[in-house]
Design a protein around this ligand. Structure first.
Ligand code: DX5
Ligand code: ZN
Length: 221
């Protein structure tokens, strides 16, 4: 297992003062910034693109920016995000005709690459790509919106993907996204996740440091 990472999803941040929000959440103990990109096509919502990623870098954000692409097609936007300062780029295999090619494209631009599996997407797609990627992101809600409830079957899927990763002998992060809270993160960690996205649970809390500390403590328990 790799060291625990807490990656607040800025989808639930106050976009009118995004730079300040990101500074505050990093000061409060967050490890990465989770950056949700939605295109009103692959998912029924529209958010932010490379310009905003670049603006965060220009603002002085040095923490890893974890770009979660919920867009179709994928390949066209990858170089722009790499130039804008993305550290890792994850994408949904349903949104790419040539999954292996997209992984190689992301890596060729100097970013880490990851595959995102929706709640109903089987894990088989990992069979021939696990040797090439840096991260698997399991969705524990249907993508498109923050603030949804964690889908319990994700726990079983985490256990399955954890054993696939362990069997591969490679250092691949296992990230979970959707409905993660201080109250359920312990159980999610026990199922095998090491990287935790949380949007509403962090940005809707009055004290970011307190909720992040409670999350880390629950993971370590
Ligand atoms: C959903 C996004 C998530 C979402 C998480 O499509 O990928 O990152 O913002 O939000 P919470 O933690 O509120 O479920
Ligand atoms: Zn996300």
């Amino acid at each position: 297992m790799q060291p625990t990472v807490i990656a607040p999803s800025i989808l639930s941040a106050n976009f009118a003062k995004l730079g300040e929000e990101v500074d505050n959440v990093l000061k409060a103990g967050a490890d990465w910034v989770h950056f949700d990109v939605m295109d009103n096509h692959y998912v029924p919502n529209l958010t932010i693109g490379p310009l905003v990623c670049e603006a965060l870098r220009k603002h002085g954000v040095t923490a890893p920016i974890d770009v979660h692409l919920m867009v179709e097609p994928v390949d066209r936007i990858v170089p722009d995000f790499a130039k804008a300062g993305a550290s890792m780029i994850t994408f949904h295999p349903e949104a790419s005709r040539h999954v292996h090619r997209t992984v190689q494209l992301i890596k060729s631009h100097g970013c880490q690459a990851g595959i995102v599996l929706n709640p109903a997407t089987p894990v088989d797609v990992l069979d021939y790509v696990l040797g090439d990627i840096d991260m698997v992101l399991l969705m524990s809600v249907n993508p498109g919106f923050g603030g949804q409830a964690f889908i319990p079957s994700a726990l079983d899927k985490l256990r399955r993907v954890r054993s696939m990763i362990d069997a591969s002998g490679r250092e691949v992060r296992l990230e979970i996204d959707g409905g993660v809270k201080a109250e359920n993160i312990g159980e999610i960690a026990a199922a095998g996740a090491d990287t935790f996205v949380a949007g509403s649970a962090i940005f809707n809390a009055p004290d970011y440091a307190d909720v992040i500390a409670r999350m880390k403590a629950a993971v370590d328990d």
